[in-house]
Design a protein around this ligand. Sequence first.
Ligand code: GRA
Ligand code: FAD
Length: 596
Amino acid sequence: MYGQIVRDGLVNVTGIEDLGLTSPVLQRTSDAFFKEISPFLLHFGMFVPTIIGQCTPEQQAKWLPLAMDLKIIGTYAQTELGHGTFIRGLETTATYDASTEQFILKTPKLSSYKWWAGGLGKTANHCIVLAQLYTKGVCHGPHPFIVQIRDTETHMPLPGIKVGEIGPKLGFNTADNGFLGFEDFRIPRENLMMKNAQVTKDGTYVKVARHGKLTYGTMVFVRVMLVSDMAYCLAKAVTIAVRYSAVRRQSQPKPDQPEPQVLDYLTQQHKLFICISTAHAMKLTSTWLWNTFTGVLADMRDGNTDTLPELHALSSCLKAISTSDTSALIEQCRFACGGHGYMYSSNLPALYSFATATRTYEGDYTVLLLQTARFLVKSWEQMDEGKPLTPTLAYLEQSRNGSQVSWDDSPEGIVRGFDAVAAGRIGACVKSIRKHINNGMDYEDAWQMTTVQLVGAAEAHCRAVICRVYRDETARLTAGCSPGVKAVLDQLSTLYLLYWALERTGDLLRFSSLSERDIENLQARYEALLLKIRPNAVGLVDAFDFRDEVLMSTLGSYDGRVYERLMEEALKTPLNREPVSDSFHKYIKPMMQGKL
Ligand SMILES: CC(C)(COP(=O)(O)OP(=O)(O)OC[C@H]1O[C@@H](n2cnc3c(N)ncnc32)[C@H](O)[C@@H]1OP(=O)(O)O)[C@@H](O)C(=O)NCCC(=O)NCCSC(=O)CCCC(=O)O
Ligand SMILES: Cc1cc2nc3c(=O)[nH]c(=O)nc-3n(C[C@H](O)[C@H](O)[C@H](O)COP(=O)(O)OP(=O)(O)OC[C@H]3O[C@@H](n4cnc5c(N)ncnc54)[C@H](O)[C@@H]3O)c2cc1C
């Protein structure tokens, strides 16, 4: 299995590199090679971006050509057995020895071992290591180092390196995630990635960057990319589920009528059409987030880090919500396909195992929403002090006078409703924190006692951002489209708003003048809209334009020959090579004869 995947991975990467094609093509073709993950994912996904983001121009000149030509194969080793979220708690140390101008790397305890890095087990011969930097007896916190871990000729681990694969997982079983330990392992001073901080030959620590968290820059980049990856992953899953639902006929709601396509059931439309909408919502939001990200990078190149906090807050909540929604909706696609959705050959299990991992890696869901909440509470307090709000928080102003927003069930009115919910929930958090402090708690405990509400407030803020961006971008991008295309895409964005309004009626009742009658109207509009979308459902997923080789699904192939493909795959399984398994003769027959 591993050997096959490495071969396919290299064919995929070198093939695309030779064709000089860009990463979207890489993304859309690599799936034709793997149902799961390439062992080279981290090389291009994090190792190369970290060299670009954390190295000086001189260091880039040395390492980038080697990495791009695959003369070295890298990964990103930050997480340890004992720490993943709390980076400042990482235990691996890099202590500077001025007498030899080297750093000495150590993993002092078992919990200090690097754990999880993709490709680390058997594939990578270099990696980015996050380690606590010590020089002249002072710890300067986690810093990135480039470390060669294997001999580039023999691939043997270098002396002082303990490295291996971490074993089977829920998914990602072709990603070759590994562990890594250091025993007084020495690297040259120049292997500290010195764009944001430097150590001179005599061991003097020099801070270059103004913002203390630029070391975390690769994670922001990957979080931004993950939102787009999720749109792509969900689009594949819903293509499979909708096509299968158009082929599958089941039950007889009306006597002497043929069994209907299961796609004609309203409950099936309720399960699946939100998946189509959400794939569009996340794709448009990811493009908007990418433009925000490149804008912040440009500011930072000019030495201005003022827009970085909002980018961190946005990338944190959008990564958390996009991965969480995608995991849940891919599982919903599987549920919608009955037993055949549980077949590995449907490709829904592999899509789910990928999506559910993304909810954890690159920053756990809860932890990242709390990062966003930290920014929201700070913004509220700045608003109280009369300071200006950042663009994505302009809606907070409407909450200053505390008046309840009047409910308006137009799409734009629903977007304003979600703004009111976010503003209301953030305000409730601020009130809770202040109440706990007034009752004698310190700020940290008051914050902890409010974290359940803070996660909810961050989710509400994120939902409001997605709703607004999805609605605005749909209007902007369809302005020149035919009335038919415009109408269908407008239906999808309206469906997203109605779906989430119905999911959040409690919040809307609390923070707007929504009434019971309004809810009845919302429900009726939602159901009518499902029926309107039904005739275009297959066309909408065909428009995602996935080739069968990329979908890799017995249920989702374009020709709809589901049963033939299921049987073809079944007959390929090893157990079907012989009519009688040798386990019958070894175990079952003796048991039947009372000889076991
Ligand atoms: C949770 C935090 C942010 C907490 O860190 P901390 O030092 O305690 O920070 P704090 O006190 O909460 O905040 C201090 C301050 O730092 C800011 N900050 C924090 N992170 C960032 C950032 N990325 N960019 C820009 N700013 C950042 C925060 O907003 C705070 O700002 P403030 O003090 O409020 O002005 C951090 O530990 C973290 O990011 N943890 C998540 C770890 C993570 O994402 N690991 C990923 C490993 S790589 C991986 O999983 C690869 C998978 C890929 C694959 O396999 O495909
Ligand atoms: C498939 C996969 C691939 C990965 N690839 C890599 C890789 O290539 N490189 C790499 O460095 N890492 C990688 N990781 C590790 C990943 O980044 C970490 O698992 C992730 O950051 C979460 O950290 P953790 O596992 O230590 O969980 P923890 O941080 O221990 O979290 C455990 C639980 O505690 C909660 N929790 C933690 N802190 C707080 C808090 N402050 N407030 C409230 N609740 C909290 C969390 O919400 C969670 O429910 C990978 C992980 C997976 C699953």
